[in-house]
Write a protein that binds this ligand. Structure first.
Ligand code: SF4
Length: 309
């Protein structure tokens, strides 16, 4: 199968098999940027509702640029990887300041903005502006490693670079946005991580991994680090209808900028209540690392106590 045939087969397949998703009904570069940011590390089914609420709350770049960080984090609450939300806001502020609120049109300019990496730049430039530029995400990595039987670790520089080159060679001048989305869609719905459905694949005749019977061996991703179980205890301190919450410093590695109940890891020889008392005791003696506020308790909220999890 030649390059041209791979392009044609994928575009035809995408035209008849693409899922109808809210962000596919628009060419608004801002909307595409938001959807691509949300879709990183997150399932489509989860993103759908968040995307629709976000676009109502922050319908354009200038609204997002004018927002405060708490509102942005609140709209993102539950999606995880909160740096994505902060980066969207930082990017919107740069676009408002340097481009009058309109996203720049080239992948190179887009990449120069805070929070927009090569993947998002490729997605916005190809889908919104019809530029023939590639993108590589986890789904594309899997499809290309199998299609071309590429061995090696795709998270490391040599193969990473090769994947971007191959994606760049494949992306057509016509309908580059649809082609890029077709690659991602194929990875998401057919060329699955386990048990790819090769019988339903539009490029199966070109697939070297399938020909060699090694589709389940590729890509050669590094072993995931083992999950570390952590038990944290949170203390809920309230008095006269007000509750104690603390704000995590903005530059903290996790939860930066969030308000939360004082909490701490539970030590191996410690109970949850002891840990909660320990963290509250420390807070009352020295609260300098955190901003402390006393908020009005919501009268409809459940009753509070010392909680461990
Ligand atoms: Fe993936 Fe199978 Fe298609 Fe190859 S033939 S690209 S392994 S779904």
């Amino acid at each position: 199968m030649t390059r041209k045939r791979i392009q044609t087969a994928l575009l035809r397949w995408y035209a008849s098999h693409r899922r109808d998703l809210p962000w596919r009904r628009t060419r608004d570069p801002y909307a595409i940027w938001v959807s691509e940011a949300m879709l990183q590390q997150t399932q489509v089914a989860t993103v759908r509702g968040y995307y629709e609420r976000w676009m109502k709350r922050f319908p354009d770049v200038l609204t997002l640029a004018d927002s405060n960080e708490s509102d942005v984090l609140h709209a993102w609450q539950g999606l995880g990887y909160y740096s994505r939300a902060k980066n969207l806001r930082r990017g919107a502020q740069a676009i408002a300041r340097d481009y009058g609120g309109a996203l720049p049109k080239t992948a190179a300019e887009l990449r120069g903005l805070p929070g927009i990496g090569p993947y998002s730049a490729g997605a916005i430039a190809s889908i919104a502006y019809g530029q023939s530029v590639p993108l590589v995400d986890g789904n594309v990595v899997r499809v290309l490693c199998r299609l071309f039987a590429l061995r090696g670790d795709p998270t490391r520089a040599p193969l990473k670079k090769r994947l971007w080159q191959i994606a760049g060679d494949l992306v057509p001048a016509e309908s580059p946005g649809d082609f890029n989305q077709a690659l991602m869609e194929l990875g998401a719905t057919v060329c699955a991580p386990r048990a790819p459905r090769c019988g339903a694949c539009p490029v199966r005749r070109a697939c070297r991994a399938r020909a060699g019977g090694v589709e389940n061996e590729l890509p050669e991703l590094p072993q995931r680090r083992a999950t570390v179980a952590v038990i944290r205890a949170a203390a809920v301190v309230w008095r006269k209808g007000r509750v104690l919450v603390v704000q995590v410093p903005a530059d903290a590695p996790r939860w930066g900028g969030f308000w939360r109940f004082p909490n701490a890891d539970v030590a191996p020889d410690e109970g949850a209540e002891d840990a909660a008392r320990r963290v509250v005791g420390a807070r009352l003696i020295d609260d300098r690392p955190h901003r402390v506020a006393r908020r009005q308790v919501n009268p409809h909220a459940p009753s509070f106590g010392v909680a461990g999890r």
